[in-house]
Design a protein around this ligand. Sequence first.
Ligand SMILES: NCCCC(=O)O
Length: 702
Amino acid sequence: RNNLTVVCLIPHISSLSVGKFLVTSVKAAGHDINQANNILSNYSLQMEFYDSKTNGPLATKLLIDSVFRQPQKIAVIGPLLSTTTEYVASISKYWNLVQIGYASITVALDDRSIYPYYFRTAVTEKSFNAARLAFFKHFQWNKIGIVHSSSGAYPKSALLVLNEMTKANVDVAVIESITGDGSFALNSLKSKDVRIIMFFGGSNIALKVMCSAYHLHIYGPKYSWWFQGWLHSTWWDVESPNNNCTKEQLFEAINNNTFYTKTPLYSTSGRISISGKAGTQYYQRLENNLNQSNTSFSISDSIGTIYDAVWSLALGLNRTEQRLNMNKTSITEFDYQNTFIRSVLVEKLSKLSFYGVTGYISFLNGSSRLGDVTISQQQVWDSRTAVAFYNIQKNTLEINNASLKWPEGTPPKDRLIITVIIRTIAPELFIPFAIVSCLGILFSLAIMTYVAMKRHNRFIKMSSPNLNYCILNGCIMCYLSVVFLGLDGRFIPAIQRQYMCTIQIWFLSLGFTIAFGAVTVKTWRIYRIFFNASGLKLVVKDLRLIGYVVQILAIDAVILILWAVIDPIKTTVVNTEKKLSNINIEIIVQKQIQVCQSSHNTIWLAAIFSYKMLLLLWGVILAWKTRKIDIDSLNDSRSLAMTIYNIFVLSCAGVTINLVSHLILDAGYALKAGFIILCTTTSMALIFIPKVNNHINKAFRQ
Ligand SMILES: NCCCC(=O)O
C-alpha cells in the first residue's frame, strides 16, 4: 500500500479537552478508512499532526515546514479557528493542496477567489443565523444590535448577519465594533434602546463586553444576548486581573440572559453513515476509547466534523484515483506543481455528497455546509440548557418552552411598546354644545314658521321675509357645523372623518355667507334708497337682492369646490404628549389627535377668510353709513347695523382662535363652537327679536 500523507492542524494536541479528542477522532477515521475495502484500497492514509494552537502565523509556519519535509503531502485538514484557517488557506493553494476544515464557521472562507481549494464539514454562520432569525421571528424581535470584535473573521460574520437580518426585515439598529472595554458600543446600544444583542468575538473580548454590560446595566429581563456556541460553557469563569468584574458579577449578567447557537455533536437520526456506523455509535466508541465519559465536550464540538472531514477527503481522493486510473495514472503522481490532479480532486470534492456521522454532507453549494442548529441558554453556573432546535432542511424551529427561562416570566420585548391613544373631544363638552346648537336650530325654525305665518303682516313684509328665510337658513347651517365639528374619531372612523371635516367647513362657510350676505344686501338696499343721488324714489326688489346673495354665494362655492378638487382635506394624526405608562414601565403612551388638513390648508383658509373679510368690511361700511336711518317702514336697519358690527367683531376673534387652537382639542372645540353659537345666536336675536317684539306689541295695541 502507498501512503497518502495528510497535514492535520489541531490546537493544543496535548490538552485532554481539545486536541486529544480531535486527534483520537482523526485516528478513528483514518483507521476506519484504511479498513474499508472499497475506499483507497491501494493506499494507506497517514496523518501528520501539528499543534497549531489558535495562532495563524504559527499554523502557517507549521504548514510550510511540513511541505518542505518529506514525504509528499496530499492535503491539509484544519485548523480549528476561522482566523487561523484564513492564514493557512490563503497559502496552501500555492502548493496545490486541497484543505478541509472541520471547525471554522465564518462565511469569509466561502470566498472562492481567495480560498479556491477550501472545503469544510463545519456548519457555518449561515445556518446559525437562520436559526437565530427563526427564534427572533418567533418572539417578534424585529429590532436588534450587533457588537463584534474588530479583528479576525468576526467583522465578516457580523456583516453576514447584518445582510441576512436586513433581508428578513429585521432592523439592525446598531452595528459596532468593540474598542477598549466595549462601553462605547454598549452605550450606543443603550441610547438606541436595543435589547436583543448579538456578539461576535472570542472569550477575552466577551469578558470585557459583559463586564461593561454589567456596569451599564445592559442585562436582565429586558435583554437577550446572543453568543457563538463554540465559546466554552464557562467562558466567563476565569480570573482576569484586567477585568473590572468578579465572576459572580459576570454570572449575574449572563445567567438566563445569554443564548448560544451550536450544531449537534453527531447525528441522532440513527441513520448509518458512510463509515458503517450511526452517529450515536460513533460517539459511544469515541467515549469508550478515551474512557472519559464524564468529560465536558464543550470545546471539542468538532469531534464529529473532523471525523467527517477525513472521510470527505478519502472519498474525494478515491474518486480522483478512479478518474486518474482511466488515464493510466494515479494520485501517487501528485506533487506540489501538479495542477491537474489537484483540479480533479477539487472537482470530485465539489460533487461529493454522503451521509456522515454529523449528518448529510455536500459541497455542492461551495464550501459552506448547512446543518441543524441547537439553541441553548445559560441557566446554571457551568452548563447550558438546550431550549430550541432548528431544522435547516425544513426551516422549522422547535422551541421547548418548558426549558426556556425568562427572569420575569415573559420574554423581553425588542423595544419599548408604544401604545397609541387617539384623543377625542370629551362627550361632556360635545353634548352640551350639540344640545345648544339643536336649540338654536329649533329657535331658527320657530322664527321661520312665525315669519311664514305672518308674512302678510305689514311689519314682517317690510323686513323682506324671503331674505329673512335666507338669514335663518344660514344660521341653521352654522349651528349644524357645530355638531359636525364635534363628530370626531369617537363617532366616525378616521377614513370617513375627512368627509365630515369637509362638510363642516362647507356648512360653516356657506351658512355664514348666506346669512351675512342676506343681512348685508338688506343694508345695501337701505343705503341705495337713502343715498340715491338722482332723488327719484327707488325700488329694490327682494328678487334682485336674492340674486346678489346667490352671486356672493357662488364665489364662496367656487373657492370651496376648487379646494375640494385640487387639494382635498385628509385626516392626519398628530402626536401630542408622550409619557411612560403608570401600569407598565415597558409601555409608552403616545397620545394623538386627528387633524383635518389639506396640503395647502393655510392658503385655502386664507382665501376663504379674505373673501369673507371683504364681505364683512363692505357690511361694516354700509352699516356705518346707514347708522342714523330710523324709518319705521325699513324697521330693521338699526338691528342690521348692530348685527354687522357684532358679526365683524366675533368673526375676527373666531378666525384668530381657529388659527391658534387646532391642536388644543377640547379647549379648541369649546372656543370654536362657542364663537359660532354666540355669533349666530346674537345675530339672529338682534335681527328677529325686535321684529317679533314690535309685531306682538303692535298686535296688542290694536
Ligand atoms: N468551532 C470553533 C471555531 C470558531 C471559528 O470559526 O473561529
